[in-house]
Design a protein around this ligand. Structure first.
Ligand SMILES: [Zn+2]
Length: 165
């Protein structure tokens, strides 16, 4: 007998940066600044990401495009690769993502692409802890408890090694 299953996600939405605590506001600011350093000559779509690690340290990244389009990399993966390689023992706690409009102002919030969702899932899986995600836009901020809300039924290390969680 087949059965329809439902997956529902919930998230928190803030209308104003002032509703967030000082640490989160700072993290979002860093992600906005990171977006300004994006190398995006083809799309002009500038995205920045900032990861707060357990120690309190913040690591940022931006998208870096390439004439060979698939060689480009997104802000989220740039930031996570930097934190993983430079601070491998410092666990990512919160990831903030922002985009900047052509006029240099903060744009509406963007969500991670599929590749980035998979990479965030890997990092959560490595630590066996969720990474809080803040999608920061000019009119609202979306807070997600973890990547499971953006990537349900995910493929991760437990898919490869079901006997070793
Ligand atoms: Zn991406």
């Amino acid at each position: 007998m087949s059965e329809i299953k439902n997956i529902s996600i919930s998230y928190r939405e803030f209308q104003n940066h002032n509703e967030l605590n000082a640490e989160d506001q700072e993290l979002i600011k860093v992600s906005e600044e990171a977006a300004r350093s994006a190398y995006a000559p083809y799309s002009q779509f500038r995205v920045g990401a900032a990861v707060r690690l357990e120690s309190g340290r913040i690591v940022h990244g931006a998208n870096v495009e390439n004439a060979a389009f698939p060689s480009g990399i997104c802000a989220e993966r740039t930031a996570l690769a930097a934190s993983i390689t430079n601070f491998p023992d410092d666990r990512p706690v919160t990831l903030a993502i922002s985009a900047i409009s052509d006029d240099g102002s903060v744009a509406e919030q963007v969500t991670p692409c599929g590749n980035c969702r998979q990479v965030i899932a890997e990092e959560e899986s490595r630590w066996n802890r969720q990474i809080r995600i803040l999608l920061a836009g000019k009119n609202k901020i979306i807070e997600l408890d973890g990547i499971g809300q953006l990537l349900p039924l995910q493929f991760n290390r437990s898919s490869l090694r079901p006997d070793r969680p």
